[in-house]
Design a protein around this ligand. Structure first.
Ligand SMILES: [Zn+2]
Ligand SMILES: [Zn+2]
Length: 587
């Protein structure tokens, strides 16, 4: 989701700051072994194998040493070496991770080191000129990280830092970081009681959803499902367990073997199964097995909210953003080549509508096209690519979508469109995609009978709007900081009787609201109403409805709106009308 925005101008700066930190750690912790230390979005890290553990309290000391080294302004010098000499140097220094890295470098690639003031590191570069040019940096945190991301390897110590060109940039970034922390969906998810993780009992990266979290999933999925139905999609259901040979035939096995859960083998039947890592082969099988299709059956828009299982590396799992069980809003549109333009246009409209409902009206599309690579990278013939590319451009223009073209970025099986937008913190992310596929349908033997009676292979558009329910929910939690608009809020109205005598009245009002499909809870505890209001505010409940003796006598309720405060007294019918209008407008 959170795509790295291109920040090439910071690349050398941050990579050099990582080296500076490694040098400082070497000075302070003799005997440290260096693993890897790349620049990343907004900063850098370095992985160390340390003789003794390190805590966040130790960071200021390392940072201070970095400043001393920066002040020396030592030139950073590139040095090329032969493989033998490089291995010899790193072995002598006892740097076993570097030895392993050198052994893995492809034959013929130049092996370079970068030296600065008596310290050196195996590195491809490039770097800034001297240690004084490492900008305005700050060390941020310490984490554990497995060597090469594999749990089978040793856990190393990773130190994260950030580096910028000016003090102002650094300050702004630290402020954004604070804001991001306050909005962190893992924290809010816990505070609002939306989901939990139980790594020891269920497994890492597999969230469990509490009633309010499940209600959110249900609302999100129902909304997209109803919209898809309106656009002529048909929803299907396919199982979570699939024979492995299907993925060998589809070609996924070669690309996805790393992220598939291990095989389940039925020795007696001689069949191997896998947990489903993607839907396409299942949908194409469903297309094939549900009777021979004619051109009159096309376009056929097949949709499913399907939970998929991907064994992501443990180091890459983060809350709902990267999980091992993800629910894709996956669609496959089977159509003729002539229908690609119209179907693509229809998908653009659907995505526009759905993203707009969630408040993401400002997006642009990256249209990934084939490059001039030699034959073999892209399948299907030139003319089909050319025709499909032209059809996509026409559909984007006709729908007034802003787009830029990325040549050479297409999938091997066809061109694709990615929708990129920014969240409230300015982070760029991609949720929706539409991909044209010329190859999988023929690999899996999809056919239709054309108007002239000949057998043809349909083109398939793979299409996702929100990407996955889990990831999109994580994004929405951060976008709204947990204060969901009324239509999305798992609990829309909290009824707050002032005393026990009003609980019965509250129940009757609750029943009336539920009749209109509103999601209502009653806080009937014998607590002061001030406390109940505060707690409902903390739970980010959009409406609080307070009922005292006088309200009952007057046949009204007192209404508070989250963030707006007291709206005064109104009849239950007036309240319902107000709620319906908020739901309608998306407020
Ligand atoms: Zn380096
Ligand atoms: Zn697909």
């Amino acid at each position: 989701m959170m795509k790295t925005s291109s920040q090439d101008s910071y690349h050398s700066l941050r990579h050099s700051a990582a080296h500076l930190m490694a040098q400082a750690v070497g000075d302070l912790y003799p005997g440290v072994q260096y693993a890897i230390g790349p620049p990343i979005e907004d900063g850098f890290y370095y992985d160390f194998d340390l003789p003794s553990p390190l805590k966040e309290d130790d960071l200021p000391r390392i940072e201070a040493r970095m400043r001393e080294l920066a002040a020396l302004g030592a030139p950073i010098v590139r040095r090329e070496m032969t493989r033998e000499a490089a291995l010899e140097e790193c072995s002598r220094a006892g740097q076993s991770y570097k030895v392993e890295l050198i052994r893995d470098l492809p034959e013929g690639e130049p092996i370079t080191f970068y030296d600065q003031g008596g310290w050196s590191d195996l590195c491809r570069g490039p770097h800034v000129a001297t240690t004084a040019d490492t900008g305005h940096f700050r060390l941020l945190s310490v984490a554990g990280a497995y060597w090469r991301g594999s749990e089978a390897n040793k856990m190393l110590t990773r130190i994260y830092g950030t580096a910028w060109n000016s003090e102002q940039e650094l300050e702004d970034y630290l402020k954004r970081l604070e804001e991001a922390k306050a909005r962190d969906h893992r924290k809010i998810g816990k505070d609002l009681g939306l989901f939990v993780f139980a790594a020891e009992q269920i497994g890492q990266g597999v969230p469990l959803f509490l009633p309010r979290g499940e209600m959110l999933r249900h609302i999100m999925e129902s909304y997209v499902r109803d919209t898809q139905t309106r656009y002529g999609y048909q929803h299907v259901w396919t199982a979570h367990v699939v024979r492995e040979d299907l993925y060998r035939r589809s070609g996924h096995y070669d690309n996805y073997a790393d992220v598939m859960y291990p095989p389940m083998v039925d020795e007696d039947a001689g069949v191997t199964y896998r947990l489903k890592p993607m839907n396409c082969p299942s949908h194409m099988t469903l297309y094939n097995e549900s009777g021979l299709k004619s051109y009159r059956d096309l376009p056929l828009r097949m949709a499913e909210f399907a939970t998929l299982y991907r064994y992501e590396k443990s180091g890459e799992l983060t809350g709902l953003t990267r999980v091992r069980s993800l629910t894709q809003d996956d669609c496959h549109i089977f159509c003729t080549e002539d229908q690609v333009e119209e179907e693509f246009g229809l998908a653009l409209q659907l995505i526009h509508e759905v993203l707009g409902r969630y408040g993401f009206t400002d997006y642009s599309v990256r249209l990934s096209l084939r490059g001039d690579e030699p034959d073999g990278k892209y399948v299907a013939d030139d003319e089909r690519w050319t025709r499909a590319t032209a059809a996509l451009r026409r559909a984007l223009d006709a729908n007034g979508v802003t787009y830029h073209e990325a040549t050479g970025e297409a999938a091997f099986y066809g061109p694709k469109a990615d929708f990129q937008t920014r969240d409230v913190l300015g982070r760029e992310w991609t949720a929706s995609t539409i991909q044209v596929d010329f190859i999988q349908p023929s690999r899996l033997g999809c056919r239709y009978i054309a108007a002239d009676g000949s057998e043809q292979t349909p083109v398939v558009l793979h299409r996702a709007v929100t990407g996955s329910t889990e990831r999109f929910l994580g994004l929405l939690i951060e976008q709204y900081a947990g204060a969901f608009p009324l239509w999305l809020a798992p609990v829309q109205v909290m009824l707050l009787p002032i005393a026990d005598a009003q609980v019965e009245y509250a129940s009757a009002v609750g029943a009336r609201l539920r009749q209109d499909g509103l999601r209502v809870e009653i806080d009937s505890r014998s607590e002061r109403v001030g406390l109940k209001i505060r707690e409902a505010e903390m739970q980010k409940i959009p409406y609080m409805v307070i009922m005292g003796r006088r309200d009952i006598e007057a046949g009204v309720v007192s209404v508070r709106r989250r963030g707006e405060g007291d709206l005064g007294a109104m009849s239950v019918e007036a309240l319902i009308a107000r709620l319906q209008s908020d739901i309608e407008s998306g407020a």
